[in-house]
Design a protein around this ligand. Structure first.
Ligand SMILES: Cc1cc2nc3c(=O)[nH]c(=O)nc-3n(C[C@H](O)[C@H](O)[C@H](O)COP(=O)(O)OP(=O)(O)OC[C@H]3O[C@@H](n4cnc5c(N)ncnc54)[C@H](O)[C@@H]3O)c2cc1C
Length: 395
């Protein structure tokens, strides 16, 4: 079998689907191929099954890339409001969970079905279980020739939307990076992002029995701060604030945890000494931390005295420790559980307006395969929608 089409998109994920819809609306004959047995697997598993599809507050500071301005143009052209309008057009019920994060009321499937229905009504063909074996630029006719498991496909525009390395069991591959290298593009160093930490054995010996405990805190890593909860796990640390910090962490770095982010700890402890002098320190701390957590840190770090017996120096020491708990993760859980890959195809070689490779007309990279990574909270899908859309407008 051989096919001749306008736009061939490799990868039926978030970016590939929105790109296909946009290109097909322009009348382009569009085909998506994916090696997985299902389209949009990550959409289905996202947001704990409810897909955090965007965020009311899409701010540029929420994105990491070595090319600091690259993502701005696409995000400004296809905004959260554009995607929300699409969601509303399809009557999908949604809600804001926290911090502007928008989730489906029902299931992530609503978002995937919306995209697949749009594709269907616009005549986009989707071939699953299909591998691409070879890509070659067609110098004579322009465009590209690809050899796939179902035969040769010729296309004018070739869009690489194959995502990145996180969760290999969901179909993630380094295919996009291989294509980039084939066309002499650089790939920046990659690492797992939005991922839990594995803590050293000694740390787990002390804190492992607190697995399941969640505490509101502010986590800092390499000058980036996140005020959300942390979760102690059997392997180490997780929870939203930790996942956010992990994208900025490299091996050997420490992270700082402020266990009383809303308080001036020293003043508060002094006040407690006046108001509740006979109360034990552990009971005072359990007013703001869980009882188990408070008892644990008091037993490890302090003397459990009644508040009135604490000296000025004691209070200062306790306050400092609570505001600045330094921990040294051993490593992250890696791509196996990471929500995203930090790094990717170097965007200096890509047009920020169209996602086209500057040196290879007709070749595009969109979504997570690029060196653009969002914070937790719907920012990664918004990047997939925005980069897919601007590409679909020209591909
Ligand atoms: C558990 C989890 C939860 C998440 N939750 C959220 C969330 O709630 N909100 C948010 O904003 N982000 C979330 N993310 C991140 C988000 O899913 C990704 O940023 C987004 O899916 C990237 O879209 P993409 O289209 O670039 O890549 P993907 O969605 O990964 O799609 C890539 C597609 O390419 C296919 N493919 C790969 N290699 C090949 C190949 N060689 N040949 C053919 N096809 C190939 C894959 O099968 C896949 O279908 C989550 C991620 C994970 C892992």
């Amino acid at each position: 079998m051989s096919k001749n089409i306008d736009v061939l998109i490799i990868g039926a994920g978030a970016a590939g689907l929105i790109c296909a819809i946009t290109a097909a609306k322009r009348g382009r004959k569009t085909l998506i191929i994916d090696h997985a047995n299902k389209a949009g697997k990550k959409i289905l598993m996202s947001g704990g099954g409810r897909c955090n599809f965007t965020n009311y507050f899409i701010e540029y500071e929420r994105y990491l890339s070595l090319n600091k301005h690259f993502f701005k143009s696409a995000l400004a052209r296809y905004t959260q409001w554009d995607f929300i309008a699409l969601v509303e057009k399809h009557g999908i019920p949604y809600h804001e969970k926290t911090l502007g994060q928008l989730f489906c009321n029902n299931k992530s499937k609503d978002i995937l079905n919306m995209l697949l229905n749009e594709c269907k009504s616009l005549g986009v063909e989707i071939l699953l279980n299909t591998k691409v074996n070879k890509i070659r630029k067609n110098e004579i006719e322009k465009g590209f020739n690809t050899k796939t498991a179902i035969g040769d496909i010729k296309c004018q525009s070739l869009v690489i939307a194959t995502g990145a390395l996180s969760i290999p069991s969901m179909g993630a591959t380094g295919f996009g990076y291989e294509v980039a290298r084939q066309f002499n593009l650089k790939v920046t160093e990659t690492k797992a992002g939005l991922v839990p930490f594995i803590m050293p054995k000694k740390w787990l010996h002390h804190f492992g029995d607190l697995a399941g405990t969640s505490v509101n805190s502010q986590v800092s890593c390499n000058k980036h701060q996140f005020k959300e909860s942390i979760l102690i796990t059997h392997k180490g640390l997780s929870g939203p604030a930790i996942l956010q910090a992990s994208s900025y962490w490299s091996t050997g770095d420490y992270i700082e945890i402020d266990l009383l982010p809303e308080k001036n700890a020293e003043n508060w402890l002094k006040q407690m000494k006046i108001d509740k002098g006979d109360t034990l320190l552990s009971n005072i701390l359990s007013l703001v931390l869980t009882k188990k957590f408070a008892s644990k840190i008091v037993s490890l770090w302090f003397h459990n005295k009644p508040m009135k017996q604490l000296s000025e120096e004691d209070i200062q020491y306790i306050a400092e420790k609570l505001k600045c708990w330094k921990v040294w993760p051993e490593k992250t859980e890696g791509y196996k559980t990471a929500e995203v890959t930090v790094g990717g195809v170097d965007t200096h070689a890509i047009s920020s307006k169209t996602m086209e490779v500057k040196s290879v007309p007709g070749l595009f990279f969109i979504g997570e395969v690029l060196d653009v990574t969002g914070h937790l909270g719907g920012f990664n899908f918004q990047w997939a929608w925005a980069s897919g859309f601007v590409c679909g407008e020209v591909a």
